[in-house]
Design a protein around this ligand. Structure first.
Ligand code: FE2
Ligand code: FE2
Length: 332
């Protein structure tokens, strides 16, 4: 089948599950009046007690080790590049919100997802600002650069690749935020633990949604779904912020990833575990009636997580301390 024909059929599949998405939206997105907002977790600056609340935050934030702070900043910068992710999502064939306020289920999902995600960067940004622990200007410059640089997860406008990417990525961010929260608690910063937990909860719900969309795609079009899954894994899931820079440091993302790996916030083992989770969740080993190429893709996927695990056991990361502009060039 020609590339173009495959493409049209994918568009048809996406359109065919739109009704299902519409019916499920109420359980996949939270109504606004039941949703948390960043100010629920931050001092109320209109109250007499704002100074005491602020002082308490700053006291507790002193306990956060520099290395954890660096990972938190990297996660916050990633969340703050939401305009790039929204732009990308809106380009996926069949998902596009054609008017900007379309009543199609896919458009409602994409706007709902964006509104929920928008709180993540907001909350982390305000929290970090209030702690007084980071060079906010350097952090903001990084966000500015990242949005300038853009975001290319190598999916093109293909909705199958797109939803495989988001299924993976939402699970990855859930893992990363949960681990930062756990380490924050360990260092005695209970507010940050709570903040990371509430964000991880959103990521978990989004992960469920994207995996469900892909489940429907696997039902409707198993051959191209499994080919797409293998293609995305061969391309590798690059992190959304892999183009981050503070304008001076060309290796900023690698340095940040090394610290995340060292703290076990997000590791090659996690990468392997996510592949395993998706392979099992979409029942890849049980797919039947595949073409030769799709059966090969199936075989490749079924052993892939083991291969990453083997890689993780051999993996060594730079252990030397590196400086970060985000924390006034202190080394971690
Ligand atoms: Fe997020
Ligand atoms: Fe997310």
């Amino acid at each position: 089948m020609s590339e173009e024909k495959m493409y049209n059929s994918r568009f048809e599949v996406i359109k065919s599950i739109e009704g299902f998405v519409g019916e499920n939206l109420p359980s996949l997105l939270k109504p606004v009046d039941e949703s948390w907002q960043p100010s629920d977790f931050l001092p109320d600056m209109t109250k007499e007690s704002w100074q005491d609340e602020l002082k308490e935050i700053r006291e507790r934030a002193k306990e956060i080790p520099d290395e954890l702070l660096v990972v938190l900043v990297g996660d916050m910068v990633t969340e703050e590049a939401l305009p790039s992710y929204k732009t990308w999502l809106n380009r996926l064939e069949g998902i596009t919100d054609v008017t900007g306020a379309s009543s199609s289920a896919w458009a409602k999902w994409s706007r709902g997802w964006t509104s929920e995600e928008n709180r993540h960067g907001d909350l982390l940004n305000k929290y970090l600002y209030l702690t007084g622990r980071v060079d906010m200007r350097a952090v903001e410059v990084t966000v500015h650069h990242l949005i300038n640089s853009g975001f290319d997860p190598q999916t093109g406008n293909d909705p199958y690749l797109g939803f495989i990417y988001t299924s993976f990525q939402e699970r990855a961010t859930k893992i990363s935020h949960s681990n930062v929260g756990r380490l924050a608690k360990k260092s005695g910063e209970t507010l940050l633990h709570k903040i990371c937990g509430i964000i991880a909860g959103d990521e978990a719900r989004h992960e469920k949604a994207y995996k469900l969309f892909m489940t429907k795609i696997f039902e409707a079009d198993p051959v191209y779904a499994v080919l797409s899954f293998a293609k995305m894994m061969r391309l590798k899931v690059t992190m959304p912020a892999h183009m981050m820079t503070d304008g001076k440091d060309k290796n900023l993302f690698t340095k940040f990833s090394n610290v995340a790996q060292r703290l076990e916030v997000y590791t090659v083992k996690d990468y392997a575990s996510i592949i395993k989770n998706l392979v099992e969740g979409w029942n890849i080993p049980a797919l039947k009636g595949l073409s030769d190429a799709a059966a090969k893709a199936q075989d490749y996927l079924c052993t892939l997580s083991e291969r990453y695990n083997a890689l993780a056991n051999r993996f060594s990361f730079a252990a030397n301390a590196e400086s970060f502009s985000w924390i006034y060039d202190r080394k971690v």
